[in-house]
Design a protein around this ligand. Structure first.
Ligand code: KIV
Length: 258
C-alpha cells in the first residue's frame, strides 16, 4: 500500500469495531519490533526529546533530530503507517509546514503530525495539497508546555471544551485522516469521538484504564515497556520492566568478568 492508501485504511477503521493501535518508536530495532508485533501506526514522536535525548520537554527538538530518527525507524518498518512528528518552530507558515513535511517524508515517513487546531488549518491544507497525509493533534499540546506552565488536563470548562471541539472539527474539515487527542477529560473525548467521521486516537483521555473514549489509543513506547523509569505519566500502563532487566543483565555481566 502507498502512504495515502495506508492513511485511508486507518481512516476507514472508524466505527469498524477494532480500535486503532499506535505506539511511538525512535530507532530501527524498536520500529522493527513494533511492526513485527502488528501495531497499526508507529509515531516517531517529538517525545524523543525527553525519553531518548534527555531534554526536559519537546521544545528542544529540531527538524534535523526528527529527520535522523524518522529515517532510522522507517528502515525497520514494512507494514505500519510511519508518522513523522513536526517539531516546534518547523511549521510557522504554510510554506514552511510543507517543506518540513517533505523533509520527513523524504526520511521515510508515510504521514506527518502537527499540534494545534483552527490556527493550523492553512498549513494542513498546504501539506495535504501536496499529497502528504496529516494526522492532527489536539487537546493538551506538549509544544506549548512552557507558555502553559506545565501539562494540564484540557476541557474542564465549557469554553475550553467548545474551543477544542471546534478545533477538532476544523482539523477534520482540513483533511486530516485521524486526530490524536491528548489529555482531555473523558466526556469531551467521547463527544469529539462521536462528532467526527475520522478516528480519534487518545492518550490520557480515559477515566479508568478500561474505559474507551476514543477510536484508538497511542502510548509512548518507553512508558509501556518500562525503559524510562524516572518519569511515568499517571495514565500510562506499564507492561514490562526493561529498565530492571537491563540493570540485572549489566550486574550479571560485571560479576561474570570479575
Ligand atoms: O511525541 C509524542 O510522543 C506524541 C504522543 C504523546 C502522541 O505526540
Amino acid at each position: 500500500m502507498n502512504p495515502t492508501e495506508k492513511a485511508n485504511a486507518i481512516k476507514a477503521m472508524k466505527g469498524g469495531g477494532r480500535p486503532v493501535s499506535a505506539l511511538t518508536a525512535y530507532d530501527y530495532p524498536t520500529g522493527r519490533l513494533l511492526d513485527e508485533a502488528g501495531v497499526d501506526i508507529i509515531l516517531v514522536g517529538d517525545s524523543l526529546g525527553m525519553v531518548v535525548l534527555g531534554f526536559p520537554d519537546t521544545t528542544h527538538v529540531t527538524l534535523a533530530m526528527m529527520e535522523h530518527h524518522t529515517a532510522a525507524v522507517a528502515r525497520g518498518v514494512r507494514n505500519a503507517l510511519v508518522v513523522g512528528d513536526m517539531p516546534i518552530h518547523s511549521y510557522q507558515t504554510p510554506q514552511q509546514a510543507l517543506a518540513t513535511a517533505r523533509t520527513l517524508v523524504n526520511a521515510g515517513a508515510d504521514a506527518v503530525k502537527l499540534e494545534g487546531g483552527i490556527r493550523q488549518v492553512e498549513k494542513i491544507r498546504s501539506i495535504i495539497g501536496a499529497g502528504i497525509p496529516v494526522i492532527g493533534h489536539h487537546g493538551m499540546l506538549p509544544q506549548r508546555v512552557r507558555e502553559e506552565g506545565g501539562y494540564k488536563k484540557k476541557g474542564k470548562t465549557e469554553a475550553e471544551s467548545s474551543a477544542i471541539l471546534k478545533g477538532a472539527l476544523a482539523l477534520q474539515e482540513a483533511g486530516c485522516f485521524a486526530i490524536v487527542l491528548e489529555s482531555v477529560v473523558p466526556e469531551l473525548a467521547e463527544t469529539i469521538t462521536s462528532r467526527l467521521d475520522i478516528p480519534t486516537i487518545g492518550i490520557g483521555c480515559k477515566g479508568t484504564s478500561t474505559q474507551q473514549t476514543c477510536d484508538g489509543e497511542i502510548a509512548v513506547i518507553t512508558d509501556i515497556i518500562g525503559s524510562y523509569p524516572w518519569f511515568v505519566p499517571p495514565f500510562a500502563t506499564v507492561r514490562a520492566d526493561v529498565a530492571g532487566e537491563i540493570n540485572h543483565a549489566v550486574r550479571e555481566y560485571i560479576a561474570s568478568i570479575q
